[in-house]
Design a protein around this ligand. Structure first.
Ligand code: FAD
Length: 431
């Protein structure tokens, strides 16, 4: 197993459960891949806020498998406070009615849209429910274009649709593939009334994912080699041989490559004779998180979305990071192409006044810490045409399988997609 993110962890557990002798290598000193925590001034901060939904059943089952279910919390009902400067909070909240009626009331009352826009949004949601994400023509259009044809202009995109598109697709609706958008909205919001209830990690990600996964893997008999950089992979008569710089090579009957897509293409370039060259076309989309430590509480919500402000989402991470006094808020910025290249001073200038505008108590509070985490290649770009570039778990060589949230799971690059890809790759080598 090459790569110890969620895809590699899942595949390794499945292969070990299937009776294989498994070695997992990862270049970093820890497991968890793109979902991890780091220490700064004595506080444990997540590289990025990670949420999941009740419909992420594979991810939730993995948490259970590694003994982490009690470190996460699911909302009883989907509920998002949406804040706009100088306005009262407006709630996006599902009701107990069956889908799709569970969202009708909240959309009708959603004051960040004009009444005409709300009615058009309900009609667009009904049309979205009828789309088939697998249909090729949906890959040729952006979600924004499709919404535009249904009376949803820039204002409605920013005030409503991007609240879901940005955190799930890591692109704004105007750039995102219609096919993936339709998948997300259908799966998360229309399939069942409770599908979109939001799940939060109540401890730093390393405590929820990386550390318990290491324990579970070792418990399952998997040999885990950290700080092990895979540099080349060759096909041999018995299977494959993996080389890693200074380290001794590893021979195996089969290898699952669970690396980020560009790295997988690089590692397998020779063995698969360019079969993965098209992966370069998947591109990357960045995520930036700003970590703000205030000397007192300024935000009363566990999390909130923003409209009419550059702040997309803000999360209260005080308890998760075990901050004894004051408040630790993390601003999460998805599809953050510009902010990913801005320096910390620029980001302070842009976001501190926006915080003060959204949270009046922030004006009096003292900012005791400000950190930036940037993930330039957080996910692939979920743009039109991406589906054709995502391979399945099988390659032309029976000894090599692929895993990763960029493979063809049907999901955008998510925790759920990564876990599903791990199951699929393990099933491939266990055949
Ligand atoms: C900031 C941020 C926020 C996110 N928010 C959400 C969210 O809210 N909800 C959600 O569902 N998803 C979210 N995601 C996406 C989610 O984290 C990823 O889709 C998922 O974790 C990817 O898992 P993976 O196993 O496919 O890949 P990765 O986690 O990227 O794992 C690949 C592994 O390969 C290792 N590796 C790389 N090169 C080598 C090498 N040469 N040799 C050995 N090992 C190597 C890496 O160290 C890494 O551990 C977010 C991602 C980021 C970055």
């Amino acid at each position: 197993m090459v790569g110890g993110g969620l895809a590699g962890i899942t595949a390794a557990l499945d292969c070990a459960a299937g009776g294989m002798s498994v070695t997992l290598v990862d270049v970093r000193p820890r497991l968890g891949g793109a979902a991890y925590s780091f220490e700064r001034d004595g506080l444990w901060l997540d590289n990025g806020q990670h949420v999941f939904l009740r419909c992420c059943t594979a991810y939730r089952a993995l948490l259970q498998r590694i003994g982490s279910s009690q470190r996460v919390r699911l909302q009883e009902r989907l509920e998002i406070p949406v804040l706009k400067p100088h306005c009262d909070p407006v709630w996006l909240r599902r009701s107990a009615l069956p889908a799709p009626l569970h969202l009708a009331g909240t959309l009708l009352r959603y004051k960040h849209l004009r009444v005409r826009e709300r009615l058009a949004a309900i009609a667009a949601a009904q049309a979205l429910r009828r789309l088939e994400p697998g249909e090729g023509r949906l890959e040729e259009q952006t979600f924004g274009q499709w919404l535009g044809e249904r009376g949803q202009g820039e204002h409605a995109l920013a005030a409503l649709w991007d609240l879901i598109a940005l955190p799930t697709l890591n692109l704004p609706a105007r750039d995102a593939s219609l096919a993936l958008s339709a998948f997300v909205f259908k799966t998360a919001l229309f399939a069942a009334r409770d599908a979109g209830d939001i799940g939060f990690h109540e401890r730093p990600l390393s405590e929820v994912i990386g550390e318990p996964a290491l324990e579970a893997l070792r418990g399952a008999g998997v040999q885990v080699k950290l700080k092990w950089r895979a540099q080349s992979l060759q096909k041999t008569a018995e299977g494959v041989e993996l080389r890693g710089g200074e380290q001794e090579g590893l021979s195996a009957e089969a290898a699952i490559i669970a690396l980020p897509h560009q790295r997988a293409a690089g590692l397998l370039g020779d063995a698969l004779a360019g079969e993965l060259d098209s992966l370069a076309g998947l591109g990357n989309s960045p995520i930036v998180n700003l970590h703000l430590i205030y000397d007192r509480p300024v935000c009363e919500f566990p999390f909130a979305a923003g409209v009419g402000t550059p702040i997309q989402y803000v999360f209260d991470r005080t308890a998760a990071a075990r901050l004894a006094s004051g408040q630790y808020l993390a601003i999460s910025l998805s599809g953050a192409t510009q902010d990913a290249h801005a320096d910390a001073d620029r980001l302070r200038e842009r976001y501190l006044p926006a915080m003060a505008e959204l949270f009046p108590r922030a004006r009096e509070a003292k900012l005791e810490g400000f950190f930036v985490s940037r993930e330039h290649a957080a996910t692939f770009r979920a743009a039109p045409g991406s589906a054709a570039l995502r391979p399945g778990p099988a390659t032309s060589l029976a000894a090599i399988a692929l895993a990763g949230s960029w493979t063809d799971t049907g999901w955008p690059a998510t925790l759920e997609g990564a876990v599903l890809s791990g199951h699929a790759a393990a099933a491939q080598v266990l055949l």
